[in-house]
Design a protein around this ligand. Structure first.
Ligand SMILES: O=C(O)CCC(=O)C(=O)O
Length: 279
């Protein structure tokens, strides 16, 4: 069996669709290596793999790194603890701009999400190319950001979830007591592409280390607004069986919550890089 597929770019700076790929050849080493190259170039890649099993999902994940057991979402259990389930029926959602678990010292580098149950309309996911957003900054702003680091903390989304009654006070305290927070550079360099990217999100980034509070808040507000310009983004309308693979060093993402009371269920795996997360 030989591996071959076609790549259709979905935007000038981010997003590509892989066509003419069947599940049987997906796990060939040369297919996975070729997919990895497509991911490095296009940052978020759509595959149409309706027959993908949890075993195959895990095998794809293993190619990209060490699959993680997610910090707070449930999973398939029984040998599939690394396949996370995000099911709106369980109250789970991801409708905020974020890099996956950026509050960890070495967050997941790649995530791959497979659509299981979708609402009749809505439930799209959006990605932002943080490399393209970085490239578009003025040289003065790039110089200003050089050497600055920011704190990423789980406290923001957990406090919001508590206020909105999505979590109990006990669960809130349990997660807060994990003390998941970390300092990362505001600008990171991708270890494979060598491209620089902004690394911040309105979800997890609380403040820039060492700056007065008002200055940190003003700079973060400017950068969030800058990144969220539509021409840096890519939006996917899911069909059941689609899998999107994205690179958390290069993109932010946000799953739109516009489909209540319908169900949306995704199975996803995220992996820790075997090399450095960023340079
Ligand atoms: O459900 C989605 O489309 C994306 C979910 C998400 O943010 C994640 O898996 O980290």
């Amino acid at each position: 069996m030989t591996s071959s597929f076609t790549v259709r770019p979905l935007g000038p700076s981010i997003g590509a669709e892989v066509l003419e790929l069947d599940c049987a050849s997906l796990l060939l080493p040369e297919t996975l290596a070729a997919l990895e190259a497509v991911l490095t170039k296009h940052e978020a890649v759509v595959l149409h793999v309706p027959e993908l099993t949890p075993e195959q999902h895990l095998a794809v994940a293993l190619h990209f790194g060490e699959p993680e057991v997610h910090t707070f979402y449930p999973n398939l259990g029984e040998g599939f603890e690394q396949i996370t389930v995000i099911d709106s029926k369980l109250g789970d959602r991801a409708d905020m701009w974020h890099h996956d678990e950026s509050f960890l010292p070495s967050p997941p580098s790649v995530t791959m999400t497979h659509a299981q149950i979708l609402p009749p309309a809505g439930g799209d996911t959006c990605w932002i190319s943080m490399t393209t957003a970085y490239d578009a900054l003025s040289q003065r702003m790039k110089d200003y950001l050089d050497g600055l680091s920011a704190w990423h903390d789980m406290i923001g989304p957990m406090s919001a979830a508590l206020r909105q009654n999505f979590v109990t006070h006990e669960r809130y305290l349990e997660v807060i007591n994990m003390n998941r927070r970390h300092l990362h550079p505001l600008v990171i360099q991708h270890p494979d592409s060598g491209r620089k990217a902004l690394y911040l999100s309105p979800t997890y980034t609380t403040h820039i280390d060492g700056l007065p509070c008002a200055e940190s808040s003003a700079i973060l507000a400017y950068l969030h607004a800058h990144c969220q310009q539509v021409h840096f983004g890519f939006r996917h309308r899911w069909s059941v069986g689609d899998m999107v693979i994205w690179d958390n060093r290069s993109v932010l993402h946000n799953a739109i919550l516009d489909y209540k009371p319908h169900q949306r269920r995704m199975q996803r795996a995220s992996v820790f890089s075997r090399g450095p997360f960023y340079l």
